[in-house]
Each structure stands twice: as structure tokens, then as C-alpha cells.
Ligand binder design. Structure first.
Ligand SMILES: Nc1ncnc2c1ncn2[C@@H]1O[C@H](COP(=O)(O)OP(=O)(O)OP(=O)(O)O)[C@@H](O)[C@H]1O
Length: 219
């Protein structure tokens, strides 16, 4: 099946998202963290970004997502990005429910019908297995559940690029497996997916592996 054909509509879908970075350097103050990284993510596949603690994986993901500006180098990006960070800080008193956080994914599509918005949110919550917690305050959720809420927000947005930073610890095996399944499903529908992970099974199952060592790409 061609990735350009959307089987649900038989229409030609949007062209694949592009995410390409060349010659990326990044420093925190005077400490170099990324040193000349070249990377191109392939639509329709899952790329795992691996490497030891402190290698620069999270920083690279943030540069790819556009939330950090490299000190030199170029990032070419087309298509909406869902960035699912390691720890989502939120003040305890923040009065938003899980459903509302997911619904934010539909905000930028102003012309979407209300029913379509609602369907997207329900569908996304079911995909990440959080439908039961839809009315809970977002801040009442665990770190792993919060990550799945952000993933659902990207699904509701129909993001073309998913960048996910999985914590080294704190996700149970079921939660991690569910996240990996969703990323594969999104890749299968043509999304461009990259995931920082420390999980050997996820690394073994990836389509492509990018390995960092002290800010240098070694594989
Ligand atoms: N906000 C910051 N200010 C200063 N230094 C930072 C900051 N964030 C990260 N660093 C440093 O940059 C380097 C790379 O950090 P980064 O979080 O990108 O690594 P990582 O490979 O994702 O690590 P981990 O596997 O532990 O999450 C580390 O030496 C870290 O201490």
C-alpha cells in the first residue's frame, strides 16, 4: 500500500512530513552538548534515539521539535509536531481535565465541526487507554499517564511528526508497550516517529537506530 494513499478516503493524503537536521551544534552556556549531528527521519518508520545518560538525546529531540535553537546547523521541518516530553510539569492547582488537554490538540483546526472535535478526542483517549480517566484532573495522573495524554493530544491533532522522550525509569512495562504500539501504528499510517528510549526491546524493534555518544552521532 502506498503511504500516499489514505485507505479510508481513497484520496491522496498529505505528502510525507520532512524532518532533516544537518550540522547541529548546541551548547548549554559554554558546554557543548550536540556536536555536528546530521539526522534525517524517515516517514512511515520508527527511529529510536539511544545513548548513555547525558549523551544529548533529549536536547536533540528538542532541537528537532523546534523548542531549542541550535547554535549552528539547519533543521528542515514540514508537518505538525507532537513533542511528548519526559516529565510534564504542571501546577497542582491547574484546573484542566485529561479530556481538555487532549482537546487542545484540535484547537489549531478552527474550522473543525464540534462533533468532529469530540470524535477525535474520544478516539485518541481510547487509543491510549485513558478513556476511563477522561474527567480526572490532568495533575492527578502519574508521569507515564501524563505522557500518554500528550500522545493522545498529538493523535487528536493528526500530527505528522511524533517526537517522544521516554524517561529512563518510571514507566511500567504495560505502559511502555502500549506507547510503543501506538508509535508503530502512527508510523504505519505514514507519520514520522522518533523516540528516545532506554528500553532494549524497543531498541531491538525499531526500524532505525540513531546512537549518540557525548553529543556525537556514532550510529
Ligand atoms: N537546562 C540545562 N542546563 C544546563 N545543562 C543541561 C540542561 N539540560 C541538560 N543539560 C546537560 O546537557 C547534557 C545532555 O543532556 P540531555 O538531557 O540532552 O541528555 P540525555 O541523553 O537525554 O540524558 P538522559 O538519558 O539522562 O535523559 C547533559 O550533560 C546535561 O547535564
Amino acid at each position: 500500500m502506498s503511504l500516499l494513499t489514505d485507505p479510508r478516503t481513497s484520496r491522496t493524503a498529505a505528502p510525507p512530513a520532512v524532518l532533516r537536521a544537518t550540522g547541529i551544534h548546541f551548547s548549554f552556556d559554554t558546554t557543548p552538548v550536540l556536536r555536528g549531528i546530521d539526522i534525517e527521519l524517515e516517514p512511515g518508520s520508527v527511529t529510536v534515539i539511544a545513548g548513555a545518560n547525558g549523551a544529548g538525546k533529549s536536547t536533540l529531540l528538542e532541537v528537532l521539535a523546534g523548542v531549542r535553537t541550535p547554535s549552528s546547523g539547519r533543521v528542515e521541518r514540514s508537518g505538525s509536531v507532537a513533542l511528548v516530553v519526559q516529565r510534564i510539569a504542571a501546577p497542582d492547582a491547574l484546573p484542566v481535565t485529561v479530556r481538555e488537554v487532549v482537546a487542545m490538540g484540535t484547537w489549531e483546526r478552527r474550522r473543525l465541526a464540534r462533533s468532529e472535535r469530540r470524535d477525535r478526542v474520544v478516539d485518541a483517549l481510547e487509543r491510549v487507554a485513558l478513556a476511563d480517566l477522561a474527567e480526572r484532573p490532568f495533575t492527578a495522573l502519574s508521569g507515564g499517564q501524563r505522557q500518554r495524554v500528550l500522545l493522545a493530544q498529538g493523535i487528536a491533532r493528526r500530527a505528522r511528526i511524533f517526537l517522544l522522550d521516554e524517561p529512563a525509569s518510571g514507566l511500567d512495562a504495560a505502559s511502555r508497550a502500549r506507547t510503543q504500539t501506538i508509535l508503530v501504528e502512527e508510523a504505519n499510517r505514514g507519520a514520522t516517529v522518533a523516540c528516545v528510549t532506554h528500553n532494549d526491546a524497543a531498541i531491538a524493534n525499531a526500524d532505525r537506530i540513531v546512537r549518540l555518544d557525548h553529543g556525537v552521532r556514532v550510529a
